[in-house]
Write a protein that binds this ligand. Structure first.
Ligand code: ADP
Ligand code: ZN
Ligand code: ZN
Length: 813
């Protein structure tokens, strides 16, 4: 945006709907551009806003003037704005907060910019050609680099950022943004190469000679490498550079999550199936929206498809966005994309520090990279000219954000592709019912990979009926003889075992044997889980802990029986049954720190771990060729959830876990233990048969008019005071009914269920209620929401009871 116009449209980072018009003072006008942040007066305070573009509408009653421009360069380009507007509209969320959620965190840290005087600035002090304020600033900086805040203090007045930016632009000062928590520096290695035609070798010392020869042989070598050959190389290299024989350059080194350098790789020769898929996708690439679902069994080489497609897109001048479920997977995807595309890749995820995230973001905004890879929030990455958006493991529920802006990144990826005329590719071995329904209704086109690469077979699955060991005591109840025997054989061959149970802790129910009361959380309506290692009972919802020696709060008895399994118990049992094996556990308790997760993955890769016990974390996309046995301890845990997606989750989880077996040259085996061997989710998972699962599940959804046959919105009402919360829930429910009564057309298309108490009625001292809205079509449902939300906002929002909307909810407990 060049600004002839003197008005701009600004989205305010506050919970207000709609945008505002502001005018621009003359001196700031050259600095205005879409995607920069501004400081604006709003009510009686000053707030951050985002420039959405110029505006000529001045029907707004009072137009205020912006105070300052906060960014040197835009944080996003104008092509993002329709996408932000769509998101705000669909999720009924203030647009300013949508943008705030989209941008990398930790941006509001302007005080941390350090300024230094340049040579030109120094000269300018004497030339007397500057405004008094500029001269004053330069005079302060003459005494040494300093923060903007300190300059303000010394001059006893506020200095607009825009002034500093202007001075920076004129080359008078240098201005570097610093971050709280320190800057993390990229890993840099020094490399050397020869300059000109070389050095006369006569009369050189042995060390010098060796260094020169090494460089000559390789063209360019890292100093680190030379030092392994000539320990005293540092000094000599400095001399050689000073004498003009060699040049030293700094190169950024990319490392994989294991801390090892990533070697570049070359594309695989595609299998026939892969080739077919890639050529179909290539044909759809280029300036037009299209949506594909790639269902490919585990290990069928989906990532290779993504990379070859990406390469084609990049060649054609497009950028590529890749979404991945969570940190561990990002690092795998990152590793593989880096190996192929080097530093043309930017990474965005929560594992980065604020400074790193900001740097990555800016690299994308400046178009310095062609590929951005990240977790759900990367759907907002400021790429321009997007050719493809890839959503790997599209079924994964971690694409759903469950706080503030409650969006689903998978759904937004499709929307973004549509708005920006791109191709969107959703990939999974276990597609979501939603996406497959979109295939059946021709919204998406289907592509399939039915075989694993290199003729590796899918694992053979044996079902063990746990009902038969109901009366067995001890560990044989859950590590059945079949599983035990298979583990023995596998370990005997030097291969690895994965044991899966989707519950943490040692015992999930602790019950008083005298009065029968469960040991419950103080803050939640939930029983506590015993964690043996931590020596405590813990609440999995609010973190409350009680000493494990506690007695019954009800009758005081100390006779507590422990029921229900968790991963901690499986780990302990495996250690007893296989004393020579190295048993490790991967769940939220053992991977709180990023480093510990990496350590476990490394142990798996280096085969120092023999048995890995884990929760759903182990189900996700990992590729470990030496795992040849997967034991599913109890397949039924997720089946009994009061949630209409329980069957879908169970199928996905089981099929994914089973898919971890036999990814290398040796075929894999799965022992699946269950109390429900006849349940269709479990049968289709054991047969790895998505089609038959879909056919059964879709019938059930249709009968009960659940998504994808309807759309849902959940109104979540919570508060500390039990009565007030119930009362307000009732009030919001009455409002809903009132809207239906007064808008006849909505009454046939929107159904109101509730208000009812949430299944988890009390979490972290908050009482919880919910109202479920169900609509056969999106439009009337959204009309209803706008009526409810926008027109009654002041009545709905209360200080003591919180009400939030969750459009397309996934976690409904
Ligand atoms: P998926 O993502 O479908 O589970 P991956 O992309 O992880 O499968 O592929 C599984 C393994 O097969 C990887 O180690 C990958 O490098 C390898 N691979 C993929 N495509 C080919 C191919 N065309 N030829 C040989 N190996 C391949
Ligand atoms: Zn008791
Ligand atoms: Zn709790």
């Amino acid at each position: 945006m060049t600004t002839e116009s003197s008005y701009i449209e600004v989205a305010i980072a506050l919970p207000v709907f709609g945008t505002y018009v502001y005018s621009i003072p003359k001196d700031l006008s050259p600095l205005v551009s879409t995607g920069k942040r501004v400081l604006v007066p709003f009510g009686c305070s000053r707030v951050t806003g985002y420039i959405l573009g110029e505006s000529n509408k001045n029907d707004q009653k009072e137009i205020k003037t912006i105070l300052d421009i906060l960014d040197e360069e835009p944080l996003f380009s104008s092509c993002m704005i329709p996408f932000f507007r769509w998101t705000a509209d669909y999720y009924l969320h203030p647009i300013g907060d949508v943008i705030k959620c989209a941008l990398p965190g930790g941006l509001n840290i302007y005080d941390f910019s350090i300024m230094t005087l340049t040579k030109k600035g120094e000269a300018a002090i004497f030339e007397n050609s500057l405004t008094p304020l500029k001269s004053e600033v330069l005079n302060v900086l003459k005494e040494g680099p300093c923060r903007l805040k300190e300059v303000c203090k010394k001059l006893q007045r506020k200095i607009p950022n825009a002034l500093i930016h202007g001075m920076q632009r004129d080359g008078l000062v240098e201005h570097k943004r610093m971050f709280k928590g320190g800057i993390t520096k990229p890993k840099i290695e020094r490399h050397v190469s020869l300059v000109g035609s070389g050095i006369p070798m006569t009369g050189l010392s042995g060390s010098r000679k060796k260094i020169i020869e090494t460089i000559e042989g390789k063209g360019e070598v890292s100093v680190k490498k030379i030092k392994t050959l000539v320990p005293s190389a540092s000094k000599i290299i400095t001399h050689l550079e000073a004498e003009g024989y060699i040049s030293i350059i700094n190169k950024q080194i990319y490392r994989d999550p294991f801390g090892e350098p990533i070697n570049s790789d070359t594309p695989h020769r595609l299998t026939e199936e892969q080739h077919h898929v890639v050529s179909k996708l290539k044909a759809s690439l280029g300036g037009e929206f299209s949506a594909y679902l790639l269902s490919g069994v585990t290990g069928s080489g989906k990532t290779e498809v993504y990379m070859q497609l990406a390469a084609t897109a990049i060649k054609a001048g497009f950028s590529v966005l890749v979404l991945v479920p969570e940190i561990a997977l990002i690092s795998q995807m990152e590793r593989r994309f880096r190996a192929r595309f080097g530093d043309r890749v930017a990474i965005l995820h929560s594992g980065l520090s604020a400074g790193e995230r900001y740097d990555q973001w800016i690299r994308i905004a400046r178009r310095e990279v062609a590929v951005a890879i990240g977790a759900r929030s990367a759907v907002f990455a400021p790429l321009t000219n997007i050719g493809i958006i890839i959503v790997d493991e599209e079924h994964d529920t971690s694409y759903k954000q469950d706080s503030r802006l409650r969006y689903n990144a998978r759904d937004l990826a499709v929307v973004r592709a549509k708005l920006q005329d791109a191709l969107v590719l959703l990939g999974s071995a276990t597609p979501s019912i939603q996406s497959y329904y979109n295939v059946r209704t021709k919204k998406f086109k289907e592509l399939t990979l039915t075989k694993r690469v290199e003729k590796r077979s899918l694992p053979e699955i044996t079902v063990v009926d746990l009902r038969q060991s109901r009366d067995v005591r001890g560990s044989r109840r859950f590590i059945t003889p079949q599983l035990h025997e298979a583990m023995e054989t596998t370990l005997g061959r030097g291969e690895q075992v994965l044991l899966f149970l989707n519950r943490r802790g040692f015992a999930s129910y602790a019950v008083c044997s005298v009065c029968g009361e469960a040991i419950r959380c103080k803050n939640c309506d939930i029983s506590l889980t015993l964690h043996q290692k931590a020596n405590a009972y813990k609440c999995h919802y609010c973190g409350f802990t009680r000493a494990s020696a506690s007695s019954c709060t009800h009758c005081g008895s100390s006779r507590i029986s422990l029921l229900g399994l968790g991963t901690e118990k499986i780990e302990a049992t495996a250690k007893i049954l296989f004393p020579h094996a190295n048993v490790q556990r991967m769940d939220r308790d053992t991977t709180r720190r990023m480093g510990s997760m990496v350590k476990i993955l490394k142990g798996l890769r280096n085969q120092t771990i023999d048995i890995l016990v884990g929760t759903q974390m182990v189900a996700k996309g990992h590729d470990f060729p030496n795992i040849t046995l997967v034991g599913i301890i109890c397949a039924d845990l997720s089946l009994n959830f009061p949630d209409f997606r329980a069957g879908e989750r169970t199928f996905q989880l089981l099929a994914q876990v089973a898919g971890r077996a036999g990814r290398g040259a040796v075929p894999g085996r799965v022992i699946l233990q269950t109390y429900n061997p006849d349940h269709f989710s479990i049968i289709s998972a054991t047969e790895q048969d998505f089609q038959s699962f879909y056919n059964a599940e879709i019938g059930f959804r249709k009968n009960l008019i659940y998504p994808p046959f309807s759309r849902m919105v959940q109104i979540k009402i919570s508060g500390k005071n039990k009565e007030k919360t119930r009362h307000h829930a009732q009030f919001v429910g009455d409002l809903c009914n009132e809207i239906i009564r007064t808008h006849r057309t909505l009454s046939t298309s929107v159904e109101i269920l509730g208000p009812i108490e949430a299944p988890l009625f009390k979490i972290a001292k908050q009482y919880r209620w919910q109202i479920l809205l169900k609509g056969l079509k999106v439009k009337p449902l959204h009309q209803f929401l706008r009526n409810l939300w926008l027109e009654n906002l002041s009545k709905i929002n209360r200080r003591d009871v919180q009400v939030v909307l969750d459009v397309d909810p996934i976690f409904m407990m």
